[in-house]
Design a protein around this ligand. Structure first.
Ligand SMILES: [Zn+2]
Length: 207
């Protein structure tokens, strides 16, 4: 596949797999699909949700709040999640069957205590860059293909934000799985459509 193109594999970590504290249904089913897809790319980025203990996105960090409540953070509404992907923990590790040894970059996000980061490009304050845009630009990469979990949060936000950086973006639906929290999957598809993200099947990807 073109060297101007990169595959971004989002958050394929133990805690997001079925049985994990924030397990995404079918998250493990897409591992072989992603492994095969990644072999077609010279440039692969793996993102890793990577929170400090007591992170603001954890319901346990806010007295009186429950999991899936929305908290009014300084940057806007923040869904509160079960504790997940604590830096250095087993749950934060990639699923052991993820097999992409040629990935050139592991991009960690969400490690600032008071700001979440669904997106691999911009933290939830919508200002702080992760640096991914610069990494891609310095390699002359102009097109990205996004997959992983969860379609309606980290995958969708990453895909939409990539458009802000003038990248051409395709999201591979069959290599992604969503959580679908109160209509969030439909909303994510709509937002990706508005942002100009192509939602594609693997057979539509041209080498
Ligand atoms: Zn997280």
């Amino acid at each position: 596949m073109s060297s101007k193109r990169a595959l971004i594999v989002v958050d394929m970590q133990n805690d997001f797999m079925p049985g994990g504290p924030l397990g995404v249904t079918g998250g493990d089913e897409i591992i072989p699909v992603i492994n095969r897809l990644a072999r077609r790319f010279e440039n692969v980025v793996l993102t890793q949700d990577w929170h400090c203990p007591g992170h603001t996105s954890f319901a346990s960090s806010h007295a009186g709040q429950d999991v899936f409540d929305t908290f009014d953070a300084f940057y806007g509404p923040q869904v509160l999640w079960p504790d997940h992907c604590v830096m250095g923990s087993k749950g934060a590790e990639f699923h052991p069957q993820l097999d992409i040894p040629h990935a050139g970059l592991i991009l960690r996000k969400g490690y600032h205590r008071d700001v979440d980061s669904y997106s691999a490009f911009l933290e939830a304050d919508r200002k702080t860059r992760t640096g991914l845009d610069g990494w891609l630009a310095s390699r002359g990469i102009t097109e990205i293909v996004v997959c992983g979990v969860a379609t309606d949060f980290c995958v969708g936000w990453t895909a939409c934000d990539a458009r802000h950086f003038n990248l051409s973006v395709a999201m591979v639906d069959e290599a992604s799985r969503g959580i679908d929290l109160e209509g969030s999957l439909d909303r994510a598809h709509r937002n990706m459509d508005i942002a100009g993200v192509d939602i594609v099947t693997i057979s539509q990807l041209v080498d």
